[in-house]
Design a protein around this ligand. Structure first.
Ligand code: C5P
Length: 261
């Protein structure tokens, strides 16, 4: 090809995208976690000697995409949680901030979002109560948001069949109302991932009703935004009951044996 016929290079074609892509994780950890029984607040319970919250923060920071983690702590516990995070080794490339939470999880997430710097475009919301989510799951959620989904949830198929019932006050036998087709059901986990503007709009629009929303993706659904599912992971289970602590310790022991985690 002669110099005359060579197509003129398009200067724009070689310019990398200029839209900043910065991902932050918000960890609501302002709950009391009464179902675990008496003792320290759930997020501060130790798993293999390290507080559950520290495991959850590390799980987010393990993703190279996550450059900031905002922990939402009980208002009276902000200083304690800040001190705790500085006591444990956390990856240097990730910043941490601790902000006071609210009365409900929904309010705590909203307060975490309010603390995000302007340049954050993708937000993960992750329960402190899911300390062991593997990094591959976190990365899959981030990638799906970056690929254009406004809201992404990791989820798993169910082993149990699910019945919808009419609750009966006083604990009598509850009539079954419906049996959804199990193959169409998914149990959702965290981190859930969002386009920041979409999640902020959801929190500005959906009022706190009673105990508030327990699922940020559900708030986006209320707004009519598409929500997509990526594969979750068995180790992203929620530590809710005393037996979950035993399972979490077992997972950590296996990781230590396998790779010195
Ligand atoms: O109580 P539950 O396990 O559903 O709480 C889910 C998450 O929301 C937990 O990580 C808990 O610390 C957090 N939460 C919060 N602020 C509240 C209540 C719960 O950050 N007021």
């Amino acid at each position: 090809m002669s110099a005359e016929t060579r197509p003129t290079p398009d200067p724009l074609a070689e310019t990398p995208p200029t839209v900043p892509v910065r991902t932050a994780a918000v960890i609501p950890a302002a709950g009391r976690g009464v179902r675990l029984g008496p003792g320290a607040p759930k997020a501060l319970r130790a798993l293999s000697g390290t507080p559950m919250l520290v495991h959850a923060v590390r799980a987010m920071a393990n993703s190279r995409a996550v450059s900031l983690v905002i922990v939402v702590a009980p208002p009276e516990g902000v200083a304690e949680v800040s001190a705790l995070l500085s006591d444990y080794a956390l990856p240097e490339r990730t910043d941490f901030r601790v902000v006071p939470g609210g009365e409900t999880r929904q309010e705590s997430v909203r307060l975490g979002l309010a603390a995000l710097p302007e340049d954050v475009t993708t937000v993960l919301v992750h329960d402190a109560a899911r300390p062991l989510v593997p990094v591959d799951t976190v990365d899959a959620v981030v990638e799906a948001v970056r690929a254009g989904a406004p809201a992404v949830v990791p989820a798993l198929p169910l082993a149990d069949t699910v019945k919808e019932v009419e609750p009966v006050a006083g604990g009598g036998p509850e009539p079954v109302v419906a049996t959804p087709v199990r193959a169409r059901l998914r149990a959702v986990q965290t981190p859930q991932g969002f386009d920041r503007a979409a999640l902020v709009r959801a929190h500005e629009t959906v009022p706190v009703d009673g105990e508030g929303a327990t699922d940020d993706a559900g708030m986006c659904e209320t707004l009519g935004l598409p929500v997509v599912v990526v594969p979750g992971h068995a180790e992203a289970f929620k530590v809710t009951r005393p037996l979950d602590l035993v399972l979490a310790e077992a997972v950590l022991a296996r990781r230590r044996a396998n790779d010195g985690y």
